[in-house]
Design a protein around this ligand. Structure first.
Ligand SMILES: [Zn+2]
Length: 293
């Protein structure tokens, strides 16, 4: 049992962090720049983002490594730096969290489709393995495989994390509500199928992120809890469903509105709650205050 599972024995609800991407852009990251390259070139800026969530009261912060797989780094000419970039990501968040805070190494999808033959299983295993080793050596407490929709890819990422580290492995999927009212990933997988694939592959914590506001996440947590009463569940919801205003994506839920739904999320069975797109340290501050009361 790693540090994340261990902490969940003492604390019923842990609060994780919110969005990072918007911050990087505010600090000057351009649209054609690799966000993860900043771990090497703009470490102080990345550190300030991590610190803002620690100061907001998050028990867990993530790392700036969502696109840190070799497949994602390759178009920027950074594939050879995979290990270094991920190790730096771990070190930056560890420094912000201190020794008592928890850090999850973020691993996102590669964007390469296995079923289209764009990548092989071996390449994915090797690439995720290298990313996970970098994160582990950078000092993270767990590996969070997130925003997944392809089952095969998520299973390979979980296996790579297991094979290359001794850390807790967490996996979250992005579900969309279908016309029939069910939730499925972009690739068409239902919540129960995704959860059982992840658990069979060896995930210690499962859940959902992105794609939904908190209300949708409550429905998803209920489905997970119907299947399994004990597996820890992590939810990082968007700040509501995005709307397009004047050519811009806007996330409608402010901190109060989002925090007011945290209790429902916890009652449904979530153990770790945080935010995804559109959430800020202020969202996390209110969520942390409620979770502690
Ligand atoms: Zn998101």
């Amino acid at each position: 049992m790693g540090k994340i599972l261990d902490r969940l024995k003492d604390q019923k609800v842990l609060v994780s962090d919110g969005a990072w991407g918007t911050f990087l852009h505010q600090k000057g990251l351009s649209a054609d720049e690799c966000p993860e390259s900043w771990n090497l070139t703009r470490a102080e800026d990345v550190y300030q983002i991590a610190l803002s969530y620690v100061e907001a009261g998050a028990d867990i912060i993530l790392t700036n490594s969502f696109g840190g797989s070799p497949s994602k780094l390759e178009p920027y000419g950074l594939k050879e730096q995979t290990y270094a970039i991920n190790k730096a990501a771990g070190e930056i968040s560890r420094k912000a969290a201190g020794q008592d805070g928890l850090v999850l190494g973020s691993v996102g999808p590669t964007g390469k489709m296995l079923f289209m033959g764009e990548v092989t299983e071996e390449e994915l295993l090797k690439g995720f393995g290298e990313q996970c080793r970098g994160l582990a050596d950078g000092g993270v407490d767990g590996i969070l495989i997130e925003t997944m929709s392809d089952m095969e890819e998520s299973v390979l990422a979980i296996r790579a994390a297991r094979a290359n580290t001794t850390l807790d492995v967490l996996c979250t999927y992005t579900f969309e509500k279908t016309q029939s009212g069910e939730y499925r990933t972009l690739m068409g997988t239902s919540v129960p199928d995704a959860v059982s694939s992840a658990m069979t592959a060896g995930a210690d914590v499962i859940g959902a992120n992105c794609g939904n506001g908190t209300a949708g996440m409550i429905d998803i947590v209920r489905v997970i809890r119907e299947m399994d009463g004990s597996v820890p569940v992590l939810v990082q919801a968007n700040a509501g469903l995005p709307v397009y205003e004047y050519g811009k994506t806007v996330f409608p839920e402010g901190p109060e509105e989002m925090a007011s739904q945290v209790q429902g999320l916890v009652e449904a069975g979530a153990n770790i709650v945080g935010g995804c797109c559109g959430t800020t340290p202020e969202h996390i501050r209110l969520m942390a205050r409620l979770a502690k009361s």
